[in-house]
Design a protein around this ligand. Structure first.
Ligand code: NAP
Ligand code: ZN
Length: 367
C-alpha cells in the first residue's frame, strides 16, 4: 500500500465558527485584506461576521470586493498591488471558488515579484501571505486545496497555479452562509463537488485514503440529491453539502481532477457555462467510457452513491441540470483537441484518445 498525504490547513466546522474564533483569526497579524465577490458576502452575513470579529480584536482591514466569477490575471495583480500598498499581514477570503482562488494568487503576488508570463510556471517558496478562507458555496473545496485557478486569455482556458504553499492556513466552515444561495448555484456547485470526488477516484493518483474520502463525500451528496432537486435545504443540509465539498477538495488536493474538468474548462471559457454545471454536463458520458474498461471502479462509485446503474446516476444528474446547452461539431472538435493537449489528461485511470474526448462531448451535448 502506498499513501502520500498532506493537508496543512486547519479546518474548523461549527455554527458561528467565525465569531467564535476571533483570537485565532487575530493571531495571523495586525492588518487583514478581505478578498470577496461583489455582493453575496454582504448579503449572507459572512462579511458582517468577519468585520465584527476583526473590530473586536482591533485588527485593521481593507476590503477588496471586486472578484468576478472565473477571476482574471489582471484582477489578482490589482489585488496584490493594494495588499502591498496597504501593508497587510494576512488575507481573509470570503465566497465561492472565485474569491478563494483569487485570494491565493493575491497572497502569492503580494510577496513575490512574478511576471505575468511566469505566473503558472514559477517555483513558489513559502513566501506567501497567511490565508484564512470562509467558503460560501459548497463545491470547489478551494479552502483545502493548493490550487489557484485563473482565466488565462492567452491560452483561452483556465490555468492553475499549484503549490503546497498555496494551501490556506485556516478554513472556517459554516453552512449558515449558504442559505442565501439560489437553486442554480447550489446545484452547480454540488455537481462540482460530485465531480471532484469521482474524478479523484478515477485518477491514477488515487490511494485508499483518498478513495475513503471520496466515498464519504459521495454518500453525503447522494443523500442530498432529492433535497437539492426540490430545493428544500435546511442549514444542516447546507452543512452536509459543505462538508462533502471539503472532503472532495481534499481528494483533488491529492489526485487532481481528470478528463471532465479538462473538457469543462472549454465550456466555461468559450460558452460561459458555470464551472460546476460544465462538469456536470460531461460526467455521465465520461463514466460510460470508463465503465468499458474499469467496470469494477464504476461499481464502487455506484455503491457509494447507493445506486444500481450508471443510468440511474445520469438520470439524477440530468434532472438537476434541466435543459442542456448544445455544441456544434466544430466546437466539439476544438474542445477535444484542446483537452487532448493537456498533460494531466494522462492522470485519468484509462487512456483516452482525442476521439474518446470527442465522443464524450458529442454524446453529452449534441442531443
Ligand atoms: P463563484 O464564481 O465563486 O460564485 C458564483 C456566484 O455565486 C457568484 O455570483 C457569487 O456572488 C455567488 N455566491 C457565492 N456565495 C453565495 C452565497 N452564499 N449566497 C448567494 N450567492 C453566492 O462560484 P464557485 O462555483 O464557488 O467557484 C467557481 C470557481 O472555482 C471557478 O473559477 C473554478 O475554476 C474554481 N475552482 C477552484 C478549485 C480549486 O481547487 N481551487 C476547484 C474547483 C473550482 P458574488 O460574486 O457576489 O460573491
Ligand atoms: Zn471543480
Amino acid at each position: 500500500m502506498e499513501i502520500n498525504f498532506y493537508i496543512p490547513t486547519k479546518v474548523i466546522m461549527k455554527r458561528n465558527c467565525v465569531l467564535d474564533n476571533s483570537s485565532l483569526i487575530a493571531s495571523y497579524g495586525k492588518k487583514a485584506m478581505i478578498v470577496t465577490g461583489k455582493h453575496s458576502a454582504s448579503l449572507n452575513g459572512s462579511l458582517d461576521d468577519v468585520e465584527k470579529t476583526l473590530k473586536a480584536k482591533n485588527i485593521e482591514y481593507v476590503l477588496f470586493n471586486k472578484v468576478m466569477a472565473n477571476p482574471t490575471i489582471d484582477l489578482v495583480y490589482e489585488g496584490a498591488k493594494i495588499a502591498v500598498l496597504e501593508k497587510v499581514d494576512f488575507i481573509i477570503a470570503i465566497g465561492g471558488g472565485s474569491p478563494m482562488d483569487a485570494a491565493k494568487a493575491i497572497a502569492l503576488l503580494a510577496k513575490n515579484d512574478i511576471k505575468e508570463e511566469d505566473l503558472f510556471t514559477t517555483t513558489i517558496t513559502n513566501n506567501v501571505l497567511p490565508m484564512i478562507f470562509i467558503p460560501t458555496t459548497a463545491g470547489t473545496g478551494s479552502e483545502v486545496t493548493e490550487y489557484s485557478i485563473l482565466t488565462n486569455d492567452k491560452l483561452e482556458t483556465k490555468s492553475t497555479i499549484a503549490s503546497p504553499y498555496l494551501f490556506p492556513n485556516l478554513a472556517l466552515l459554516d453552512g449558515k452562509y449558504m442559505n442565501s444561495l439560489g437553486k442554480a448555484t447550489t446545484i452547480n456547485t454540488c455537481l462540482d463537488a460530485l465531480c471532484h470526488a469521482i474524478e479523484g477516484y478515477l485518477s491514477i493518483k488515487a490511494t485508499s485514503l483518498t478513495k475513503a474520502l471520496s466515498v464519504e463525500a459521495l454518500k453525503i451528496i447522494a443523500s442530498e440529491f432529492d433535497n437539492l432537486k426540490a430545493f428544500n435545504l435546511t442549514t444542516d443540509d447546507r452543512d452536509k453539502l459543505l462538508y462533502a465539498s471539503t472532503l472532495a477538495g481534499i481528494v483533488i488536493a491529492h489526485c487532481g481532477t481528470v478528463a471532465v474538468h479538462i473538457l469543462g474548462y472549454s465550456l466555461t471559457y468559450y460558452k460561459k457555462i458555470d464551472h460546476g454545471r460544465a462538469n456536470g454536463l460531461l460526467l455521465g458520458k465520461f463514466l460510460e467510457r470508463v465503465s468499458a474498461e474499469k467496470q469494477e471502479l464504476i461499481n464502487e462509485i455506484l455503491e457509494a452513491l447507493s445506486m444500481n446503474s450508471l443510468k440511474e446516476l445520469e438520470d439524477k444528474i440530468d434532472s438537476l441540470l434541466g435543459e442542456k446547452e448544445k455544441l456544434t461539431e466544430e466546437e466539439i472538435d476544438n474542445y477535444a483537441t484542446k483537452g487532448f493537449a493537456v498533460p494531466k489528461l494522462k492522470n485519468t485511470i484509462i487512456n483516452l484518445t482525442k476521439d474518446d474526448l470527442k465522443n464524450i462531448l458529442e454524446k453529452s451535448m449534441r442531443g
